[in-house]
Design a protein around this ligand. Sequence first.
Ligand code: ATP
Ligand code: MG
Length: 562
Amino acid sequence: MAEKESFSTNNFIKSIITEDLKNNKNNGRVHTRFPPEPNGYLHIGHAKSICLNFGLAEEFGGLTNLRFDDTNPEKEEEEYVRSIMDDVRWLGFDWEDRLFFASDYFDKLYDYAVQLIKKGLAYVCEQTPEEVREYRGTLKEPGRESPYRNRSIEENLDLFERMKNGEFPDGSMTLRAKIDMASPNINMRDPVTYRIKRAHHHRTGDKWCIYPMYDFTHCLSDMLEGITHSICTLEFEDHRPLYDWYLDVLETPCHPQQIEFARLNINYTVMSKRKLLQLVQEGYVDGWDDPRMPTISGLRRRGYTPASIRDFADRIGVTKAEGIVDIGLLEFCIREDLNKIAQRAMAVLNPLKVTIENYPEDIVDELDAQNNPEDPNAGSRKLLFSKVIYIEREDFMEDPPKKFFRLAPGREVRLRYAYFITCKEVIKNEQGEVIELICTYDPASRGGNSPDGRKVQGTIHWVSEKYGKQAEVRIYDHLFNTENPDVAPEGKTFLDNLNPNSLKIVNAYVEPMLIEVKPGEKFQFERLGYFCVDTKYSEIGKPVFNKTVGLKDTWSKIANKD
Ligand code: ATP
Ligand code: MG
């Protein structure tokens, strides 16, 4: 991966780590982890966290673990585990032999819970969920202590073991940490540590009917793996006292430092796994990897490269302040990358027939076309010209305004790599729609070069009718038609913000080379944008193209405004 750039921008987490290294904290070790819950596919927000965790370790000579946070048996599936590993690898990161599952620690976690009880710091509570809620208090009012709070250590040990052995029904009891029902931080008001839930777990099967809660599991998993910096998103800031409490009271051999940063939000999309799952399950999109989805797999199918996503993660930086990033920045990053690497090609998405009346019927006319002007090693290819060609319907206007520099009656334009042509006649159907243009060409302009210094104002692309092929092209717009789809008026949901026109399928004419392509290959269709061969619907000799992004650089326009 020669292309991989170093994680260059400075941020507050790097400053913390630099300071820690200076003080020889953790004996100079840096060890991070990426801890996804396998309850959905990864999205671009996760990519931020992946690039951050792996990037920091890379920069400071440390290590990063991949750990599945699989404490919630019901929503987790093997398919998600596989897709998450694929996506992290595809992004260009390697956890080597450090693949872990929180469920691997269930035995140890159980022992830690027993230790809590023995220290008089946890109790088995039989309050109903409603009672727990009622006793919890509010932000303004302290909570009240559960009547089960002062059970003896022996009784708690006995009940907890019997919870584990399956003697009590689901939901009838919990193990709670005994902290402080009057704490101003609600997370510290005797949080639940274990619950009873008879559910099949994707790794431990039916061995357990009690499962540890996230806060308890997370800090201890970090500790067991020797994590030094446990980086998470801001919503866990209020959980940090609990993270620290468990590690402190259990007197663990090491104490990872939790550091929070702002999660990534992007406009015109939703980023919660719950909502993405709903889009998939209710058929609003064509699976997790639908090219309109903000998932890593969707972006990959759309034509994004790992380098472009890493570049994006680097550019957005890492802060404590929540904000919404413009989708244009992500598009800018992929455009930058594809401009360097994508082979150029000719395709016409909305064809208008052009007959060149003075062009001979039966000659073979091979023209040179550059494969990538940005890449001196990309070489060139031959394009076959013919008497009948297709041009883009938008490249002709019968009655053009002043600023229109393309084809019009009597007007001469350059066909890219081919000839100058002049429009002589416009043919219409009975409805008055233009269905064909009759043109002449100048044989002396071969290669698109002016024969006598005369200038044409426009250059347009074309595909030969005789040699060109047809291919399906899928053109995408934002999945949602509002900037913040999470916000919906009273009685509506984010689903009401779906853009009904986010997918348009067209039948295009393409140059013959575009038929012999492999899924995942990327092209720039000249003047139109970047396109990627779809991995799901393409067949041999019958490719389907996804439009990745247009050529227009709206981001630099936005950036230049101020
Ligand atoms: P969601 O809220 O979308 O369901 P999650 O936080 O529940 O996501 P996890 O699988 O628990 O998803 O996330 C794994 C890691 O990725 C966590 O450390 C989490 O903080 C981080 N992460 C999740 N979403 C984002 C985001 N939008 N921006 C940055 N990091 C994120
Ligand atoms: Mg989570």
